[in-house]
Design a protein around this ligand. Structure first.
Ligand code: KIV
Ligand code: ZN
Length: 512
């Protein structure tokens, strides 16, 4: 029986959200936070309240919706700490997370501060944070490129000032497992009072070592790991939560430490985060990539059929991948559908089930076998409601290899019908231009990804788009058995998000 547990600190909504092209609204952040809590994370870093009003509101909103610990990031600056506390103070378990860089390069060129001043600022900031909040985390940014002796001094000073967690960031993903383990060991051996604080690790993935470095930190005595779902984060991202947790779960005799994560919820949360952020998971990504549990080679298939442990070190079920057998079809009733939703872990209201059931029936008319994965894709877009400022009424295309593609789109806007047609490089491009005309605004399409949800010719096509508008990026999703329809719905979904965000419900008088 493993008594000791690793504390999982999820920073998807803070460091993950700093990823270029990811821009979540309040409702999306709250939904992700709720799912993270269901997953069992111990602490959710909700944002950086002093950075923007949106981050401030997000931290406040998350505090109202979860019971677990909520952290807010603050620079080691008085104003940031007060603002952070203001956003956090209604949380059941608030945590102020304050940081300042300690590496020579950051101190000289970014902070333009002398080491002594950095040390004093770190201690004063922690003391201020501690006067407001009992739970205070301190991070010496760029710790792995800092002088270890100076790092020890700073850590000792912040412990004396009341820090309860000391987080050691590998900010630029520079360290190696052996070196990082030695750094954590050095901290444990050289920082007076270290036993009063929890040591945490926070690794970036620039050299592909974020998870390995984090686990090396755990082996060396760290008891909190900071990570993100799907490894989201700036540049190459942060350590992936699912990889850390499944590492601990798959090798219990090696790591000898427990955790609170309900691993069978991992796949669902991963898919939901991919869907809301619009950042798809790489196909061969460990644990949550589409191929992670697929065996192609005959020799592997044979082995797995004879005995799963030949090639499987963990079961698909342990991360929540259910057999994607045929579950429902066009004769299935509302009761069977509602039960399936429940079995898949969704807790929808009767009204939401009714809405999802209409979509299911439409799908079952076009697709013979509706699998669990189809149902997840169908309702995944329901989890976060996007106001349908512009609603799709109909679309038509004319296309071929000898004509200029034309798309016509009819939308409903505040009860009025708006129709436009446009030409484009292809039928999808033409429809997107027609939508731009209907709404009277130019959105820039940043990315377009299409994938089949399941196998087969009648598979659902899921289109993820990202559009930029007024300097922000918005993700959209659309699914249908018709890929032009998925494409149109996806773009409109992103457009509606953008318009809702900017409160531009009346942007330009609709044409047509
Ligand atoms: O990577 C980093 O250094 C950070 C800190 C603010 C913890 O994200
Ligand atoms: Zn970071």
């Amino acid at each position: 029986m493993m008594k000791e547990k690793i504390y999982i600190f999820d920073t998807t909504l803070r460091d993950g959200e700093q990823m270029p092209g990811v821009n979540l609204n309040l409702q999306e952040k709250i939904e992700i936070a709720r799912q993270l809590e269901e997953l069992g994370v111990d602490c959710i870093e909700g944002g950086f309240p002093a950075a923007s009003p949106g981050d401030y509101e997000a931290v406040k909103g998350i505090c109202d919706h979860v019971q677990c610990s909520v952290a807010a990031l603050c620079r080691a600056v008085k104003g940031d700490i007060h603002r952070g506390w203001d956003a956090l103070k209604d949380a059941k378990k608030p945590r102020i997370h304050t940081f300042i860089a300690t590496s020579p390069v950051h101190m000289e060129y970014k902070l333009r501060m002398q080491p002594d001043d950095v040390l004093r600022r770190a201690a004063d900031s922690v003391a201020l944070a501690r006067s407001l909040c009992a739970d205070v985390e301190f991070s010496p940014e760029d710790a792995t490129r800092s002088d270890p002796v100076f790092l020890y001094e700073v850590l000792q000073a912040v412990i004396e000032a009341g820090a309860t967690t000391l987080n050691i960031p590998d900010t630029v993903g520079y360290t190696t497992p052996e070196e990082f383990a030695a750094l954590i060991k050095g901290i444990r051996e050289n920082v007076k009072g270290i036993e009063k604080a929890v040591i945490s690790v926070h690794c970036h993935n620039d050299l592909g070592l974020a998870v390995a470095n984090s686990l090396a930190g755990v082996m060396s005595g760290a008891r909190q790991v900071e990570c993100t779902i799907n490894g989201l984060g700036e540049r190459a991202g942060n350590a992936a939560l699912e990889e850390i947790v499944m590492g601990l779960a798959t090798r219990p005799n090696y790591y000898k430490i427990g955790h609170n994560i309900k691993t069978e919820r991992i796949t669902r949360v991963s898919r939901m985060v991919a869907s809301i952020t619009g950042v798809d998971v790489q196909i061969n990504k460990a644990i949550v990539g589409a191929n992670a549990f697929k065996h192609e080679a005959g020799i592997h298939q044979h082995g797995v059929l004879a005995n799963a442990s030949t090639y499987e070190i963990m079961t698909p079920e342990s991360v929540g991948i259910t057999a994607s057998g045929i579950v429902l079809g066009k004769h299935s009733g509302r009761h069977a559908f509602a039960q399936r939703l429940k079995d898949l872990g969704y807790s929808f209201s009767a009204e939401e089930i009714d809405e999802a059931f209409v979509k299911f029936k439409n799908l079952a008319d076009r697709k013979k076998d509706v699998t669990d994965r189809d149902i997840e894709a169908l309702v995944g877009t329901e989890l976060v409601e996007v106001p349908e400022i512009y609603e799709l009424v109909s679309f038509q295309i004319q296309s071929g290899n000898t004509i200029m593609p034309i798309g016509s789109v009819t939308l409903r806007y505040k009860g009025e019908i708006v129709s436009e047609a446009a030409v484009g490089d292809g039928p999808i491009d033409a429809c997107y231009h027609a939508i731009d005309r209907c709404i009277g605004a130019d959105m820039v399409l940043e990315s377009y990804v299409i994938r089949a949800v399941t196998e087969g010719k009648d598979a659902l096509g899921e289109v993820s788009t990202r559009v930029s508008f007024n300097g922000n990026t918005y993700a959209g999703k659309g699914i249908s058995t018709d890929i032009i329809e998925s494409s149109v719905r996806s773009y409109l979904n992103a457009v509606n998000r953008a318009l809702a965000d900017h409160e531009l419900q009346n942007p330009v008088k609709p044409a047509g």
